[in-house]
Design a protein around this ligand. Structure first.
Ligand SMILES: [Zn+2]
Length: 228
């Protein structure tokens, strides 16, 4: 059991949620390494939590996940399939300057790069399965390369698409580091279904972020749009 005393009450909007890879704007991208190979991806059905027309995040379909009556399904809401994996995000390239970003000239454009170096939850809707499927066919495993995950589509665009581009092959040392980080994470299923409430872990001795704590809920309260 994780400590549930007052000192451990999660702060809203801080690191008290499992951090999720999120690209919000056209051309925004991140460099990542998969910590979960495609055979171990975890999918489940979710509903959208809406407040009027405002999207407030996803919550799991209890019917699909726990074989229990689901109020959302009963009310006629259609669930969607979300696919999940653990990834390690190295850097995030924004299209506009953000706090702690550094301008990098890249061909004809400038991106604003933030060093992240943190494990995160990777979540896509089934509609984007294709962009990963093609890569799996080419490499056979997702665990041996850096990848760039790129969004095409402006904020709020309904036709957003994503591409997964190959980066460098990982060195043996990096691969070992990723295996260690993956082993320090909670079960993917528990994280996705909100069973994991906190995590304190030492992931590495070589400069990767040592401590992070997360509390999972099935809603991302800071999402301002439907991300798919
Ligand atoms: Zn449901």
């Amino acid at each position: 059991m994780s400590p549930r005393g007052f000192d451990n009450v999660p702060e809203r909007g801080s690191s008290s949620f499992i951090p999720t890879i999120r690209l919000r704007d056209n051309g925004e991208s991140c460099r990542l390494r998969f910590l979960t190979d495609y055979d171990d991806f975890f999918w489940e059905r979710f509903h959208r939590r809406m407040k009027g027309r405002e999207f407030q995040g996803f919550f799991v379909c209890e019917n699909s996940a726990f074989n229990k009556p689901c109020a959302a399904c009963s009310a006629g809401d259609k669930s969607i399939v979300l696919i999940h994996a653990w990834v390690y995000e190295s850097v995030h390239d924004y299209t506009e300057p953000q706090e702690d970003t550094k301008a990098i000239k890249e061909g004809r454009r400038t991106v604003y790069r933030k060093t992240v170096n943190e494990p995160k939850l990777f979540r896509i809707s089934v509609a984007h399965k294709g962009s990963i499927g093609l890569r799996i066919e080419k490499v056979g495993t997702l665990l041996e390369h850096d990848f760039d995950w790129v969004r095409s589509g402006k904020r709020g665009d309904v036709n957003t698409s994503y591409t997964l581009d190959f980066g460098e092959k990982l060195s043996e040392e990096d691969k070992e580091e990723m295996v260690k980080i993956a082993a320090s994470l909670p079960s993917l299923e528990d994280a996705v279904l909100g069973k994991v409430t906190s995590l304190d872990t030492e992931t590495s001795t070589t400069g990767y972020r040592k401590n992070y704590s997360v509390v999972s809920v099935s809603v991302d309260e800071d999402d301002e749009e439907v991300p798919f």
